[in-house]
Ligand binder design. Structure first.
Ligand SMILES: NC(=O)c1ccc[n+]([C@@H]2O[C@H](COP(=O)([O-])OP(=O)(O)OC[C@H]3O[C@@H](n4cnc5c(N)ncnc54)[C@H](OP(=O)(O)O)[C@@H]3O)[C@@H](O)[C@H]2O)c1
Length: 408
């Protein structure tokens, strides 16, 4: 029940879920750059067998899992293939795993995250569902682990929930970095910055005619397709508002979104004395990934550091919820409760996939989100258990997988 600090001699054991994706590959880069500190024990992916094999040859994990179980794997000696629906959970609680890094999309990692936290492993997560659907479950575990540490030593760096459930998203990492050393009671507002996506300066008519090709051209960040489309609709920022509510235990009314086209200020915290702290950097996910792995330490990074003179100017403006209604829909779902936000994020996965395969127009994405939240999000059980969340995810996907989507 006690992960060691990253200053100890034995490298920290890492299980990496989603190792072949955008976050996964960048995590591998960071782990390889600090091979003296970290030892990869387990890797899990969906379908990309060739990349998983290449990673296994370089990193020599004890176990790997490929969700596509029909595909054969050519693995090095000493690496076993684990099969079955429980493989990720088993990896997350391995004795010699200290940190579980989550780079999968979807609800597939919810059970492993909960199992890891219960087993006293640190979780570093980029995955949205972990908090948007399961925030009420995972934060309870993170608080419990932090409380156990605080009872022994209140100054232990692991005596805070954020040290157990470490955000990788650049915005949430920025807020976390601003909060280190601060009292919770001193926080007035959280300010999440948004690039505004590729359509931030386009008219409502131009946005309505957006094609997948145009929506996939993010101005600042290079990311997976799903999150790039989410940035274009601002659904991503809405999901981040919900994540922030859980991570930092603040009311929705105290979380602002500000459009900042340069993506240099990754987010900020306003304190009660009027002081505003922000974290700035180049748009490179290796920075927040590394911080989540090495907290409370900082190590050198191969990511370029920020040159303020070259950045020259920083612009900020309020988001336009008329052109980008997904932000409002997400906030409302968050306020309704975890059932509504779980319906929202499941619906978003369907909506983005349909937009990309051409069966839904761009404005169909927020239409589908609103319809799903109305149909599945209401109800008394706004703190569903994990089985209910997984069932809800399946229901929403089935309901909106095909057919026209009318305005809610
Ligand atoms: N990309 C970013 O910069 C960024 C920034 C902030 C937050 N996030 C969040 O981080 C998460 C991952 O994003 P991403 O852009 O890295 O996505 P991505 O490129 O689509 O990668 C997803 C990863 O999950 C794996 N996977 C899919 N199904 C799986 C299963 N059943 N079991 C195990 N692994 C499975 C995929 O494997 P295969 O490729 O082998 O199919 C892939 O390795 C999302 O929640 C996203 O919103 C991403």
């Amino acid at each position: 029940m006690s992960p060691r600090s990253s200053t100890e001699v034995r490298p920290l054991g890492v299980a990496l879920l989603g190792s072949t994706g955008s976050i996964g590959r960048q995590t591998v880069e960071v782990l390889e750059a600090h091979a003296d500190r970290f030892q990869v024990r387990a890797l899990a992916t969906g379908r990309n067998a060739a990349e998983l094999e290449a990673q296994a040859r370089r990193l020599r994990p004890a176990a790997v899992s490929l969700a596509d179980e029909g595909t054969q794997l050519d693995l090095p000696a000493g690496t076993e293939r684990w099969r079955g629906g429980e493989a990720l959970e088993r990896m997350a609680v391995l004795d010699d795993v200290d940190i579980v890094v989550v780079g999968t999309g979807g609800v597939v990692s919810l059970r492993p995250v909960l199992a890891a936290l219960r087993a006293g492993k640190v979780v570093a997560s980029a995955n949205k569902e972990t908090l948007v659907s399961g925030g009420h479950l995972v934060m309870a575990e993170a608080r419990a682990r932090a409380g156990e540490r605080a009872a022994v030593d209140p100054h232990d760096p692991l005596a805070t929930p954020l040290a157990w459930l470490r955000p990788i998203d650049s915005e949430h990492s920025a807020i976390w970095q601003c909060l280190v050393g601060e009292r919770r009671s001193a926080v007035a507002r959280l300010i999440l910055t948004a690039s505004g996506g590729p359509f931030r300066d386009e008219s409502a008519e131009e946005i309505a005619a957006a094609t997948p090709e145009r929506a996939l051209r993010h101005p600042n960040w290079s990311m997976g397709a799903k999150i790039t489309i989410d940035s274009a609709t601002l659904a991503n920022k809405g999901l981040e508002v919900i994540e922030a509510r859980w991570l930092y235990d603040v009311a929705y009314d105290a979380i602002d979104v500000v459009v900042h086209p340069q993506s240099v200020v990754h987010s900020a915290v306003l304190f009660i004395d009027g002081s505003l702290k922000a974290q700035l950097g180049t748009p490179d996910m290796r920075l927040p990934i590394q911080y989540a792995l090495t907290y409370p330490e900082r190590l050198p990074s191969s990511a370029a550091s920020l040159d303020l003179v070259a950045a020259a100017r920083l612009d900020f403006r309020a988001p336009d919820e008329a052109r980008f209604p997904a932000l409002r829909i997400a906030r409302e779902a968050g306020r309704t409760g975890s059932r509504a936000s779980a319906a929202l994020i499941a619906a978003d996965e369907v909506a983005v996939a349909r937009f990309l395969d051409g069966t839904l127009d761009f404005n169909g994405i927020p239409r589908l989100l609103e319809a799903a939240v109305r149909r599945f999000g209401e109800g008394d059980d706004q703190a569903p258990d994990i089985a209910a969340l997984v069932a809800l995810d399946g229901e929403v996907r089935a309901a909106f997988a095909a057919g026209p989507v009318e305005a809610a």
